[in-house]
Ligand binder design. Sequence first.
Ligand SMILES: Cc1cc2nc3c(=O)[nH]c(=O)nc-3n(C[C@H](O)[C@H](O)[C@H](O)COP(=O)(O)OP(=O)(O)OC[C@H]3O[C@@H](n4cnc5c(N)ncnc54)[C@H](O)[C@@H]3O)c2cc1C
Length: 528
Amino acid sequence: MQQFDIIVIGAGSAGSAAAARLAQDGKYRVCLVEAGGKNTHIFTRTPGLIAMMPDKSNWAFDTEPMAGLNGRIGYQPRGRGMGGSSATNGMVYIRGNPWDYDNWSALGCTGWAWNDVLPVFKRQEDSFRGADDLHGSGGSLHVNRQISPSPVATAFVEAAEQLQIPRNDDFNGPRQEGVGLYDVTQHNGERWSAARAFVDPLAGKPNFTVLTDALVERIVIEDGRATGVTIRRGGKRETLAAAGGVVLSAGAFGSPQILMLSGIGPGDELQRHGIRVVLDKAAVGADLQDHCDFVAGYELDDPSLFGGSLKVALRVARAFIEHRFRRTGMLTTNYAESGGFVTLRPGAPAPDIQFHFIRAIIQDHGRDKLKESGFSLHVCVLRPESRGWVKLNSADPATAPAINPNFLSDPRDMDLMIDAARLLHRIAETPPLSALGAKDRNPIDYADQSAVETRIREVADTIYHPVGTCRMGPNADDVVDPALAFRGIANLWVADASIMPRLVSGNTNAPSIMIGERCGDFVKAALG
Ligand SMILES: Cc1cc2nc3c(=O)[nH]c(=O)nc-3n(C[C@H](O)[C@H](O)[C@H](O)COP(=O)(O)OP(=O)(O)OC[C@H]3O[C@@H](n4cnc5c(N)ncnc54)[C@H](O)[C@@H]3O)c2cc1C
């Protein structure tokens, strides 16, 4: 049996940062176990080629039918392989709103207020903005300005400005409200996943082992302590021992699934699948929160936009050469180029909706492979009231978990979404965006409230920010405590998006990376 001090499960945004933090000083023998592959191929590295990413790099989960979406089955892509979802995501670098973290602290998560987390965000990043009160330089997570954004992305920003939404050139600056171009986790025109930022620099360190293509089946619990993991690799099952403990970073769906497979979770759910109950914990898999997103697609024959036609394919081929030699051009795109934050409800503590302008028509998560060029406009509700869950479909670790985000089950989310969709439409109808003459693919009467609601139920789905399924909190029934230690099992920590007690007001990659690195520090402090 291979022996380590600490095993980190999942080399995603948080797991990469946690493992690196733990392995850095050489004190512990750290093993990072990842179900997927190395993810070093060109489709991961070249931002604009994301659509060509191999299927094996995506868990591609289907959800349960959702009542709020007319019984539709939603889609939840998740990165599989080194970097996890940071190797497949839209690269938008947003930390959330300072209020989010002050709220976590007010909920009893001591040590998670904005002033506690800001130094970690700063020390992790290498921002093109340089070091100041709010930004960091010299960290290993490169944050850059977009190299070659589409003029149409800028037209979206200018149209919003015409509607008195202020311009914002730094959403991680003193003010989150407003519209602008997003900063991206890229370096020299390439994607900068958490694996590239944190794991790659430690390659060859004798105390650091990375196992890829290794599916963790369960955590080994002995006498109430986590002592290792069972993995399946190359058709064989093996157990890895961890003298100091296990950090679980398999993401908002993977982490609750692994806990339940290990006998930790809602007792009745475990028994239903014939799993021996080690610890009955109802909060495992509960409280799933995600950003429900409304999308409208617009056809536009513009040379800067993507589509599935032969003309665009030839353009992309030329852009590929430009990207290889100059690191510029349309293949540096992160697709979600512009957007912003708006407060629709008076008295809201922070912006309550977020826009994404996408440089292609992504209406069914891009699965419809449309021929038409164009763009899509997205808007999501930032702090949803709806709550979903993750359960098991089977006791077989290779079977996907059952996922129900329960979108729009709370009427407050629908109310806000209707106003948000209307504002999005007004931006589309305002010059200079409207002057481009794009064709709305699914026109409706936005003055008619019920027509808007119907359309939302027909098209809304995730914008890929599931959290909350292993929530952190001050109470015994919370999954982890504010030092991310599992409540009820010793030597076990959870560090990924699943621990967020409330979804942050923005994209979730930077917060997950911050959580991972903090967990590394918590584990070090606990082990001494
Ligand atoms: C398509 C898409 C676009 C997105 N766009 C953005 C964006 O532009 N900006 C932003 O901030 N956020 C974005 N996000 C969200 C962001 O990337 C995630 O919130 C973040 O990466 C979550 O980090 P994590 O560590 O919780 O999970 P992940 O990064 O998903 O990592 C979990 C890791 O665990 C591994 N794993 C799971 N189960 C097992 C197992 N049984 N055994 C071994 N390994 C396992 C997985 O393969 C994966 O590598 C996007 C996400 C997606 C999917």
